[in-house]
Design a protein around this ligand. Structure first.
Ligand SMILES: Nc1nc2c(c(=O)[nH]1)N[C@H]1C(S)=C(S)[C@@H](COP(=O)(O)O)O[C@H]1N2
Ligand SMILES: [Mo]
Length: 447
């Protein structure tokens, strides 16, 4: 029996009893191969109930014994509409609005269904959305992009102008600074879609911003910051330091996952600022101004800043620190019974590549390294997997990521010690999922 650390906090509707905590049992497999053989042995040993990973025999299963219509008849011709859609059986795979968020006149946030996604790329139609004043489908022939400020020749580009220039394609995550924000206040939202779903990852294509600035004769000595301005009515303007831009990573992007950006993600042009919170990835990008100091715009003065315990604000804290989350099993899901499971999740860091992800099944007492799946890219989602045999007892599953700067993802307790409890933004704490005896998984906090 393990002793779990500290006090367990929970959402009011998901009470975690002391008894649950006491009965969480640890798993200490010796190595993967040994583990797997024992895993399947364990699963086979519980044959009486349907807990093995597959049915033992096909006898009596009409779905394997009888030829279905699709094996004997003629299928359909090429897909119509010509732009393909998911299977009709996948209708539950949707972006969703959080039931816990205040609704304004129109919905302004939709969350990506992380619990149902594989690998690292977010399908464009499931990319999360955050609109400060609604989205637009802008005519690309009328869209203009201007570069001005500390440049020799201010210029206005059309989309055709931009698409003639040398382009790059790179995979990056985007995470809203408010992702997991509800967890600060110990409001454990029910599913990973709502706790972590303001996170997506795409292959972006565009022109490095530094190329455009140099093209306009930028003063790279005096010019220390740029202002990025969006074309929608939200006056979404953000300051971005030239140090990020000079690295060549910041991109004026028109492509997303092999096609043009989706309207809700900024069509026809958005800024891609790898590693930095989503708000700086200005959509419907229409202007870049080069200046010698931070601009302190409205969204930089009152939003996306962190109120610290001493009453001061942490400002320009835009880099999304190292973070991870187990996406299956996660809140709202139910395990089908004892036996083997693939634990899977995502890890990312705004400072570089993921080096390691450890997983705990006992609320953070013992940790074991997960397998990182390739590719492992800088400022990009990394997929991790791990084998697990569930013994049917309550368990608290957590993941803890380390990036290549050596930064280790903190617990919510460690984070609160430094940042207090009054933040909304920049919560990169370890996430805890309680697997109950019934198999139901709930969002809890181990603090
Ligand atoms: N022009 C404009 N750019 C914007 C926003 C906006 O409302 N208008 N929202 C920002 C915020 S807060 C985030 S988190 C990301 C969300 O990008 P997405 O909607 O493509 O997921 O875009 C940023 N860029
Ligand atoms: Mo955001």
């Amino acid at each position: 029996m393990n002793k779990l650390p500290g006090q367990i906090l929970k959402a009011p509707e998901h009470f975690l009893s002391q008894q649950d905590i006491q009965t969480v049992k640890m798993q200490t497999p010796q190595g993967r191969r040994d583990f797997l053989s024992r895993a399947f042995a364990a699963a086979a040993g519980i044959t009486a109930t349907a807990t093995a990973v597959a049915q033992a025999s096909p006898e009596g299963d009409p779905n394997i014994l009888n030829l279905p219509a699709h094996a004997t008849g003629l299928g359909q011709g090429v897909a119509s509409p010509a732009y393909g859609n998911p299977s009709k059986f996948e209708v539950n795979l949707q972006r969703r609005q959080s039931p816990g968020l205040t609704q304004t006149t129109q919905a302004s946030v939709s969350f990506a269904p992380l619990q149902s996604l594989f690998g690292i790329v977010t399908p464009s139609g499931l990319h999360f959305e955050r609109h400060h004043q609604g989205w637009w489908d802008i005519d690309p022939t009328k869209h203009r992009f201007m570069v001005n400020g500390l440049v020799k020749t201010p210029k206005v580009f059309t989309m055709d102008d931009l698409m003639r220039l040398p382009s790059v394609s790179r995979f990056h995550f985007i995470e809203c600074g408010a992702n997991s924000g509800m967890e600060w206040g110990n409001v454990a939202v029910p599913t990973v879609q709502y706790s972590h779903g303001m996170l997506s990852c795409s292959e972006f294509t565009g022109v490095p911003l530094i190329t455009l600035l140099e093209h306009c004769g930028a003063d790279l000595k005096a010019g220390q910051f740029v202002l990025a301005e969006g074309g929608d009515g939200s006056s979404m303007t953000r300051t971005i330091p030239m140090s990020l831009i000079k690295s060549g990573e910041v991109m004026v992007a028109y492509g997303q996952n092999g096609e043009m950006l989706r309207p809700e993600n900024g069509y026809p042009l958005r800024l891609v600022v790898p590693g930095v919170q989503g708000v700086s990835w200005v959509k419907y990008l229409r202007r870049i101004e080069l200046g010698d100091k931070p601009y302190g715009t409205k969204d930089e003065a009152i939003h996306y800043i962190d109120l610290l315990p001493d009453g001061t604000h942490r400002q320009y804290s835009g880099i999304q620190e190292c973070k991870s989350v187990v996406t299956t099993p996660s809140g709202g899901q139910s395990l089908m019974g004892k036996g083997f499971y693939n634990i899977t999740g995502l890890a990312w860091s705004g400072r570089g590549a993921i080096k390691k992800v450890d997983v705990s099944f006992d609320g953070g007492v013992n940790w074991k390294p997960a397998r990182l799946e390739s590719p492992v890219l800088s400022k990009c989602l990394t997929r991790f997997n791990m084998d697990w045999v569930w013994d049917g007892k309550p368990s608290i599953i957590q993941s803890r990521a380390t990036d290549d700067t050596g930064f280790v993802q903190p617990s919510i307790k460690q984070l609160r010690e430094v940042r207090g409890t009054r933040s909304i933004y920049h919560n990169n704490a370890i996430q805890s999922w309680l697997v109950q005896e019934s198999g139901e998984v709930k969002n809890v906090q181990v603090a």
